[in-house]
Design a binder for this molecule. Structure first.
Ligand code: NAD
Ligand code: ZN
Length: 263
């Protein structure tokens, strides 16, 4: 963590860079939602840091037997039941709200989020690419169409796509599963368009997400990192804010529009 003066200088520098930018893009990770009570995977308080990494065979299981995968997913016996409950109980925090404010102020063009928790939408952000999907949606494995999980009938498993008859799966991208093409295309498009990259609450070790700021940086695009801990991107960042997202993002908004960062 910084000394108080160092932190306020970093916040000032971040606000100035955002004010100068014409198309700022953010890459967001689980750290942004930590202050909403959703545990991260990695980092000091991460569930994997404490308990070790689980086995990742979900994608293989789905391909072998989609009906059995759905049965497991709806039976609440799965390893992630507690994690899912934390997501269901969460509400957006000051960091999510500040990001929605930055967008409304015309200072943040797009959010690439690795989070699946729907909290950006609930905070009011509009331009979002969910590179790892959304826990409240399903996606067709054949045509890519998405629908609300709520609206899917689960009396016959696996549920089928009303458009093409393909298998539906939760939209959340599992380890080993390819990133949906439409999302990946938008990420590369935003990476090519941006003139500033904000990297918020991500350990920056999951690919391809971690690669976008690196690609932008190679073009000379400045990076701002917001993370209480060091990451592989820290050395590339021109501004590093070693504080939580819920503390620093509202402080940045407050520098840009005094009075606005305090809600
Ligand atoms: P991660 O768990 O690998 O890393 C979290 C990062 O956040 C760490 O670097 C940590 O230092 C930082 N952090 C912790 N508290 C913070 C705070 N208050 N403010 C700012 N930063 C903070 O997360 P990741 O990089 O997003 O990768 C994990 C993958 O797991 C993601 O791709 C995502 O799909 C999934 N995931 C999603 C959620 C969610 O939807 N909320 C939560 C956990 C994991
Ligand atoms: Zn389909």
């Amino acid at each position: 963590m910084h000394e108080p003066d160092e932190l306020s200088n970093a916040i000032e520098a971040a606000a100035a860079a955002i004010a100068r930018s014409g198309h700022a893009v953010a890459l967001v990770g689980a750290g942004l939602s930590a202050e909403s009570g959703i545990p991260t995977f990695r980092g000091g308080e991460g569930i994997w840091t404490k308990l070790g990494e689980p086995t990742f065979d979900g994608w293989e299981l789905f391909n072998q037997d989609p009906a059995a995968w759905w049965q497991e997913a709806i039976s609440f016996k799965q390893e992630f039941a507690e994690f899912n409950r934390a997501i269901d109980d969460a509400t957006p925090n000051a960091g999510h709200r500040a990001m929605a404010d930055l967008e409304a102020m015309g200072r943040l063009a797009h959010i690439i989020t690795q989070n699946i928790d729907n909290l950006h939408q609930r905070a009011g952000s509009r331009h979002i690419t969910e590179i790892h999907g959304n826990r409240y949606l399903v996606r067709c494995m054949s045509c890519g169409a998405r629908d609300r999980l709520e609206s899917v009938r689960l009396d016959r498993l696996p549920p089928l796509c009303p458009e093409c008859g393909g298998f539906l799966k939760n939209d959340t991208v599992m380890f080993g599963e390819p990133i949906p093409e439409d999302a990946l295309r938008e990420c590369y498009r935003q990476t090519a368009l941006c003139d500033l990259f904000l990297v918020v609450g991500t350990s920056a070790v999951v690919y391809p997400a971690a690669e976008f700021p690196v690609i932008a940086c190679r073009r000379g695009v400045p990076l701002i990192e917001i993370n209480p801990e060091e990451t592989p991107l820290s050395g590339l960042a021109s501004v590093v804010i070693r504080a939580t997202a819920g503390q620093s993002l509202p402080a940045i908004v407050e520098r840009l529009v005094p009075g606005r960062g305090r809600r």
